[in-house]
Design a protein around this ligand. Sequence first.
Ligand SMILES: [Fe+2]
Length: 240
Amino acid sequence: MTDALEHLVLPRYPRPEGLHPPLDYPDYRSTALRHPKQPLIEVPQTLSELTGPLLGHDRVGELDHDLTRQHPEEPQGQRIIVYGKVLESGGRPVPDTLVEIWQANAGGRYRHQGDQHPSPLDPNFTGLGRCVTDREGNYKFITIQPGAYPWGNHPNAWRPAHIHFSLFGRQFTQRLVTQMYFPGDPLFPFDPIFNSVRDPKARERMISRFDLDTTVPDWALAFQWDIVLRGPDETPPDVD
Ligand SMILES: [Fe+2]
């Protein structure tokens, strides 16, 4: 690589006020312990951030997108289709990008040793899925509606039902980790994680849309959710 390319500094993306949750958010208690205590150091983005790593289709199994078919029998709960597009700023679709999800089961329990609250595990549900977007930036998962769960942040704290998403975008520096919510959840006003995104319009962008046209009669409900990686319509990232 020539010196000129070595020192090529790419344009930075703005971080709109109110859209990115504060790293230290008092209502979300554990951020007090883990937020950076020193001023952040800007690392220039250069060609190495553009050139990898990327994951290919061959790494993703045929059933990885279907969380209802990863065990001998189907999981308990309401079967749902979750689908949408991954977009860049300006609305351009992002093809061939890895989308990973993780979620609680229908009773709001994660298959993780850190989750010991008294709701049963489901032997037929792991709660992990992944897929790669197609040429038009589309992704699609089949899963079950996750339950709300208690999390001990404050007295009687319950998380609204949500699915965690991780996206890689076109480049490593575009990685987005966020959460998708379901429309009309009564727990929204009480959830510090949801409300750590201070801009109400940005909060709306974390809520999926019920899509009757995509439901499958006698089989599954459907929720549509587009994810925008950067720009003014960006989907807010997770506080942690
Ligand atoms: Fe969660």
